[in-house]
Design a protein around this ligand. Structure first.
Ligand code: DER
Length: 231
């Protein structure tokens, strides 16, 4: 991925948007980790905030840095969600500007739930994530029993599905929700909204990593600052 300095710039700038009394969605991955650490420091300085984690990983990190935690069913709403992405469309001339592919960390089901529930959803990224057209594989979380039938339906849609193997475990990656992940290569995706709808309709699909029309802004870290895209 991109440079740690760029990721840190983006994450720490996003954390500055957290105001006293906020409920904040805490995303997953290495870029959001910088935001979570910065929020932890603000809590040490007296910031009143409650965090809603989007994965085991972000919950562990939030506990480590001392962010008080809560859940969606215990709050009246989420003021801000901060999360990373694997790809971000960066083309102000297209309707899909700000569309994302997420799921590199296999956390996209709970990420999308929290990110979409937030009044404002801010993506944090380094320049390597920017593209003019989504073309990475789309992670699709599936019920374990469904992985072969979903793979067949993905092929009918023109995708090439690959069951995501674990690295330090025999067999496939198992998500925080106990499901499996198919990484589905479609090549360049001209109409992410259409593909998102088709993937959502496949029985056995829990959630896919196309986030279309959800992000409100992207903070792009560079080695000497942050560029903010708004949608
Ligand atoms: O899984 C996700 O969607 C994460 O946000 C992830 O893809 C981004 O991770 P990174 O910030 O470590 O690149």
């Amino acid at each position: 991925g991109g440079s740690d300095a760029a990721k840190r710039q983006a994450g720490e700038r996003a954390a500055e948007a957290v105001e006293d009394g906020f409920v904040v969605g805490l995303g997953t991955g290495s870029t959001t980790a910088y935001a979570i650490e910065a929020i932890g420091r603000a809590v040490d300085d007296g910031l009143d905030v409650r965090g809603i984690p989007t994965s085991f990983q972000s919950r562990q990190l939030a506990l480590e840095v001392g962010i008080p935690l809560t859940d969606l069913d215990a709050v009246d709403g989420v003021d801000l969600a901060i999360d990373g992405a694997d790809q971000v469309v960066d083309d102000a001339d297209t309707a899909t500007d700000g569309a994302l592919i997420k799921g590199g960390g296999a956390a996209h089901a709970r990420e999308k739930l929290v990110d979409a529930a937030a009044d404002r959803f801010v993506v944090v990224a380094d320049p390597s994530k920017l593209t003019d057209r989504l073309d990475r594989s789309v992670p699709v979380e599936v019920l374990p029993d469904a992985h072969t039938v979903v793979a067949d339906r993905v092929r009918e849609l023109g995708g090439e599905p690959t069951l995501r193997d674990a690295e330090r475990k025999d067999g496939p990656v198992v998500t925080d929700n106990g499901n499996l992940v198919l990484d589905c290569a479609f090549g360049p995706i001209g109409d992410p909204d259409d593909l998102a709808t088709r993937l959502s309709r496949i029985p056995g699909v829990v959630e896919h990593g196309l986030f279309v029309g959800l992000a409100d802004a992207t903070y792009v870290g560079t080695d000497d600052g942050v560029e903010v895209r708004t949608y």
